[in-house]
Design a protein around this ligand. Sequence first.
Ligand SMILES: Cc1cc2nc3c(=O)[nH]c(=O)nc-3n(C[C@H](O)[C@H](O)[C@H](O)COP(=O)(O)OP(=O)(O)OC[C@H]3O[C@@H](n4cnc5c(N)ncnc54)[C@H](O)[C@@H]3O)c2cc1C
Ligand SMILES: NC(=O)c1ccc[n+]([C@@H]2O[C@H](COP(=O)([O-])OP(=O)(O)OC[C@H]3O[C@@H](n4cnc5c(N)ncnc54)[C@H](OP(=O)(O)O)[C@@H]3O)[C@@H](O)[C@H]2O)c1
Length: 530
Amino acid sequence: MSSKPRVVIVGAGASGLACAISLKKVHGLDNFTIYEKGPDIGGTWRDNIYPGCSSDVPMSFYSLSSDLHDWPQSHGSNEDIQAYWVGLTRKYGLYPHIEFNKTVVLAEWNSEKQLYTVTVENLATGERSVSTAAIVVSAIGVLEVPRYAGIPGRETFKGELFHSGRWDTSVDLAGKKVGVVGNGASATQFVPCITKDPSVNVVNFCRTPKWLLPPTRKTYSNLRRAILRNIPFAYRLVRWSVFLRLEFMYLAVFGNAFLRRVVTKLLTSYIRHTAPSSMHDKLIPSFPVGCKRVIFDTNYLKALHRPNLKVNWDGVERITEDGVVTKTGDHIPLDVLIFATGYAADEYPLPIVGNRKMSIQESFRAGGGGKAYLGTMVPGFPNFFMITGPNVVTGHTSVIYTTEVQINYIMQLISPILGRKIESLEVTQSATNAYDDKIQARLSNSVFMQCHSWYRVGGEGKVTNNFPAAATVFWLWLRKPDWIHYTVIGGESWLAKQQLRQRIWGGFKMSALLCILVLGASYSRRAIFR
Ligand SMILES: Cc1cc2nc3c(=O)[nH]c(=O)nc-3n(C[C@H](O)[C@H](O)[C@H](O)COP(=O)(O)OP(=O)(O)OC[C@H]3O[C@@H](n4cnc5c(N)ncnc54)[C@H](O)[C@@H]3O)c2cc1C
Ligand SMILES: NC(=O)c1ccc[n+]([C@@H]2O[C@H](COP(=O)([O-])OP(=O)(O)OC[C@H]3O[C@@H](n4cnc5c(N)ncnc54)[C@H](OP(=O)(O)O)[C@@H]3O)[C@@H](O)[C@H]2O)c1
């Protein structure tokens, strides 16, 4: 039996797998289980198999910093990305740790035993089993539970109907009348692919236009690939350049009003040059760039010239057994209806109960929406860590990067638990409130407040998904735990020592800074009066 406490990870998408790799590498831990409700690893990249599905961040940066890969193109298809994560799962021996088709239906903190009781349901048999874990890491993703837009009559439709995140490959679209609801990142990737076949007649039901950036995809030359394969430093430079480019994009889109005006002009001109002129008025958004997720165009605007693709802006009133009725009363007959209407990103679906006998959903509701210290810990939930918890999505950079930053932070927090220096760790309510106030104050002045989007509760409420700064800031804030913001059970003297050490170090840094300022000021005074 392992002498180290047991860790349960919920979800075997990129985050759960990356966390498991770190548990092995950083802590040499073998005593962990990943419960995955799906039949395979991969999460997003297992589920999204729609035509044209691919990353919008270059793969050199949308991959683990520890496992650089020889990508043939700048952007990976869902198959390439899934194959990458399958390769890592094998490489790090993770398969024996994963229990597939098992959904975590409850994780409840037992204050007496200082453990979570984890109940898991086998989706194939319906059987439930119970085990305990000292630590629970939630890696359930954000874009995971499909949302169907609440249009009435969906159940009456007699044709084929599915969500973009659950693409039905058995449906042959050739010769069919296909309705697509939505024009977000998913729809704009698959609509140009399915309309390549002129026999597929698509009506794209759109509600709000989107800002689209010109395509940036390229296939790599053999020379470039050989250089990156053989010179790791060159690869690191490429990663850095992508990181910096995306940070610049943050500045241009979110951080600076003047640059945003320039970007708006460029994107308006891109839409005008690419889309049919009759559609310009409808296609140019009136809300600021960045308010909704910016989309890298994958030939959606060009595809609008195709005679077999029509855009309908009238709004879908209801679904009938053979089509849809628009808000203007038109009945549009359809054989297939595809919902590209996004995900329930404003709800936290993991059923977990903490030491206040409150579920995380009740806790979030009480706070008007998700609220977590550094998007990672919630007061009242000891030893529970979230990857991509509230306010972590940056909207401009690689999620794998923010995931690695969070995992590095979590590895430091769990170190004393795994080393049995403490039994449990909890973030304070005051630190969480102060953190939430800080980021909400920034968000209240941000572009995210200026339109309806999945970033906000119910589309229009509190912004609970976005981090309101550049990825560099996220890294800075999560580099090292500030132990002053935590309480522990079963290791109070260990915590007191960490807090004292941090206070002394903080005092030393402050004194050094003061000395530099005083010396600098006296030097410049002398220089001025000389
Ligand atoms: C189509 C699409 C394209 C994207 N492209 C990009 C991109 O280019 N760049 C980028 O940075 N981000 C992109 N994203 C965001 C993407 O979701 C993240 O980058 C990343 O893959 C998320 O990984 P994850 O492991 O956190 O979550 P997920 O991939 O969602 O995995 C969560 C896993 O948890 C499992 N799970 C959930 N609940 C339970 C439970 N109760 N019990 C057991 N298992 C559970 C799920 O089955 C799933 O396998 C994209 C998203 C979508 C939908
Ligand atoms: N790699 C990539 O490029 C990529 C690809 C796919 C997804 N993603 C990620 O996944 C996220 C989700 O993308 P998504 O496209 O699946 O979802 P989404 O961005 O949330 O888009 C949903 C679309 O459905 C529309 N919609 C919702 N209800 C509607 C209704 N009743 N009638 C008409 N239209 C309706 C929305 O319109 P409104 O705008 O009016 O609400 C929007 O156009 C993205 O933001 C991105 O982070 C990334």
